[in-house]
Design a protein around this ligand. Structure first.
Ligand SMILES: Cc1cc2nc3c(=O)[nH]c(=O)nc-3n(C[C@H](O)[C@H](O)[C@H](O)COP(=O)(O)O)c2cc1C
Length: 342
């Protein structure tokens, strides 16, 4: 048997009767399939524990997850091979704490509130991959690093040092937050994931078949930054917000790295080094998007590639040819935008 514990948020206000009706339907259904547990409702949140045979629990959890009355379903814990139920007598004991003014329950309410608050904070700081692993009922700390092929994207604000020397703290935050918001949103939309922010830059990755998506991401970010520059007030530091990109495709190792003091779920490997180096080359070759041969080979769309010459890349023997694409957003900039680059 297994046991799942999750929390979720109520979608739209709901009456006490409706909470009770969820409990009644649940008890009726669960007694037929021998599921036991408890459902607690409190302050627009649900907490539920469901226990029973493995497949039955998984199927029910999937069904509950699709219920439109709640969202942001976050699995807190999965226990496997449980021998005993915690709630053998409850097919779904439903408790609406909002209806309960018992003083003795106050500490429990505060405890639940703290769990929810800390989880919503942790969620913001946690990569989607980790949340996905958690939602699959796996403890991310037990996941072993695996060799994979990935598309790696490095991005960096052009001339950040020069811009930030002339800006106030609020303006610096405006630049960074605007940049990271645009990049994260567009990368996520194109199927990638931002792995980390590093100073005024970031590293993201896509799966090995998403070379085209990675190029689209760069172009969409460049287009949005262009619009931001165009619409910014003439004294706004956003007038100068622009980005360079490096894209590479190849072998990496993905997984937990670090020690018991600090663990990072990240990727390392040649493709990471190459992508970082290519982004660094942008200034030298005066081009906003620099990509590797293996990235080019992974594309399916009819991009017009342009060779930028041969360069020595860390992790690669000899010289490697590097490329860009023929696109006005990549080439159509004034040559001097790199002059102050950090
Ligand atoms: C927070 C929450 C918890 C639920 N828990 C259960 C449950 O334990 N068992 C169950 O059968 N349905 C549960 N439901 C309801 C299901 O999503 C679904 O509406 C219901 O099972 C449909 O029942 P029916 O097939 O008898 O119409 C829950 C819904 C919500 C919003």
């Amino acid at each position: 048997m297994k046991r799942i514990v999750y929390i979720s948020k109520l979608t739209t206000p709901i009456s006490s009767d409706e909470i009770e009706s969820i409990g009644t339907v649940s008890s009726r259904n669960n007694s037929r399939i021998d599921i036991t547990g408890t459902l607690i409702f409190f302050d627009k949140m649900f907490f539920q524990i469901i226990e029973g045979d493995d497949e039955v629990v998984d199927k029910l959890y999937e069904k509950i997850g699709k219920d439109k009355r709640h969202h942001d379903v976050l699995r807190l814990k999965t226990e496997y091979d449980i021998k005993e139920r915690l709630f053998p007598q409850w097919h779904m004991k439903t408790i609406n704490l909002d209806n309960n003014v018992d003083d003795l329950l106050r500490p429990i309410k505060i405890l639940l509130q703290s769990v929810v608050e800390s989880h919503s904070i942790v969620e913001r700081y946690t990569q989607p991959t980790i949340l996905k692993i958690l939602n699959e009922g796996i403890n991310p700390l037990t996941v072993k690093p695996v060799p994979l092929k990935r598309v790696i994207l490095f991005a960096d604000i052009i001339s950040y040092t020069a811009i930030s020397e002339k800006t106030t703290l609020d303006e610096t935050l405006l630049i960074l937050n605007t940049y990271f918001e645009v990049c994260s949103r567009i990368i996520l939309k194109n199927g990638g994931e931002v792995n980390k922010f590093m100073g005024d830059g970031l590293m993201a990755y896509f799966n090995e078949h998403q070379a085209d998506n990675s190029i689209h991401s760069c172009l969409e970010i460049l287009k949005e930054l262009k619009d931001i520059r165009k619409n910014a007030d003439k004294n706004s530091p956003l007038k100068f917000l622009n980005s360079s990109f490096g894209l590479a495709r190849g072998d990496v190792i993905e997984g937990n790295m670090g020690s018991k003091y600090k663990t990072d779920y990240t990727i390392i490997g040649d493709a990471v080094n190459v992508s970082s180096r290519l982004e660094g080359l942008a200034r030298e070759v005066k081009c906003l998007l620099v990509l590797s041969e293996s990235l080019q080979q992974g594309t399916k769309e009819p991009w017009i590639f342009r060779s930028l010459g041969e360069y020595s890349l860390k992790g690669k023997q000899g010289l490697s040819e590097v490329f860009s694409i023929d696109h006005e957003l990549v080439n159509g900039h004034k040559g001097d935008i790199f002059d102050n680059q950090s």
